[in-house]
Design a protein around this ligand. Sequence first.
Ligand code: ARG
Length: 590
Amino acid sequence: MAMQDVENAGNVKRQLAKLFETSLRLTVPDEQDIEPLVAACAGNFGDYQCNNAMSTWAKIKGKGTQYRGPPAVGQAIMSNLPQSDMIESCSVAGPGFVNVILSSSWIAKSIQSMLVHGIETWAPKLSVSKAVVDFSSPNIAKEMHVGHLRSTIIGDTLANMLEFSNVEVLRRNHVGDWGTQFGMLIEFLFEENPNWDQEEAAAIGDLQAFYKKSKLRFDSDPDFKFRAQKAVVKLQSGEAKYRQAWQQICETSRREFDGVYQRLKVKLEEKGESFYNPYIPQVMEELSHLGLIEESENAKVIHLEGFNIPLIVVKSDGGYNYASTDLTAIWYRLNVEKAEWMVYVTDVGQQQHFDMVFSAARRAGWLPADSSLYPKVSHVGFGLVLGEDGKRFRTRSSEVVRLVDLLDEAKNRSKAALVERGKAAEWTEEELDQTAEAIGYGAVKYADLKNNRLTNYVFNFDQMLSDKGNTAVYLLYAHARIASIIRKSGKDIEELKRTGSLALNHPDERALGLHLLHFAEIVEEACTNLLPNVLCEFLYNVSENFTKFYSNCQVVGSDDETSRLLLCEATAVVMRKCFSLLGITPVYKI
Ligand code: ARG
């Protein structure tokens, strides 16, 4: 294999694009900059398509070309294609589309090679090597809510996909651990608990209740309010006792957050707002030096083209805010951490904040004016989680829904369903619990990830835990079924990988094989466009293709048993990789 082929192993689209690039150079030698346009196609005429004929024609007509229109250009593109064992046959359709039918034995060989060398050989190659994914990022002393759940789930998947693509990912938890509310909390801690400094962090107990009570106190007692305001100043000037109290409050929150991350198996590294605090003055200095900062009603602001409000970077009381912290975080991530791509996962409500911060960073010359070039910033916005009533998801007493309660319920419901199916008698308690968690948490994650992230979605336990339709439960069961087919065959699959051979003779075998082969380009698309739902849709279609194959092709006991077991294994491997990218734990038994 040539170097290029090794790099693109598994990525059919790129491999075909390479061939079409060669052909285009021969077809229109005077046009050296035409990019090959290759796409998978769903029609009956081909597996992939090259769509260059029309746009090429538009470029060359009137320049004394030998061709008489797009179909002729298409014909030429087809006949100039270099010889390749990938391609079975080609045809030209309509106004010059070149349809490609891949060779079934080449598809089979590619899959078998993946089975032997691992699915990592199908990982996309991206043009970045280091990225920051800023996600989850709840606020200290406040409950993590469903919005943070979305950020956690989506951010984790994006980080997983980038890591799989060999990008070094800094998983950043940009927690809200700084701000005026801490004066109130600290003062309340002193008042409520005079021995606070001799106790464990947990002495605060329920932090939400603590927050509410202190807020009540703050709003009703002017004296307390005055002390709270002084406490902020003392904290910010670094007075030891205040720092210590702040730390204790943060620690209490951190334990709660960590509990959720552990359950969801999400890894994050905290660098909260407070981390950037010492760097803010020098960054403001630099922006000032560049002439970006102006005074306005005692505050310092940056005026930005295309926005009707300025970006406030120093408040009128001299304090810093969310924007000053985010500007400084960009500066830090670029200059200290040397990240090339910064991805921010928050609700769409923060779109304007990020647009303004990014635009300021561009004006400062930190980022290229062309937003498609690296270093790059991307805001990954997402919609709301809605209740059955179509309104923002709340509990009956109209409180924000606590994440831990949601996860508990998901687990309990899936456990009950397993018990109902008689699993309590078959399995150990531990197996039952682990499966209930894999299914319950997987269902919550998948119900979120399968939607285009920008749309709102309705949170519905019955739907997400159903074993029918496009749900995690359905997919996990499908995977377990494949695992059991392999188990029941009694064959050593590792042995078969080395000694057996895979062939795709039946149309449903071929359709499944071809679909599996789309994996690399799908992950690449999901990564570049930051869209987990693209991967979910692919996974669902894997399962659908498998079902069709399995109902029409006998596996165990057939003449093609070895080949078909290998196809089952390849399907299971691809499904498991999808699950792992989506943060879902696969199950092997149902
Ligand atoms: N703490 C914020 C919130 O709960 C999210 C922070 C997002 N990240 C950032 N760099 N601003 O809404």
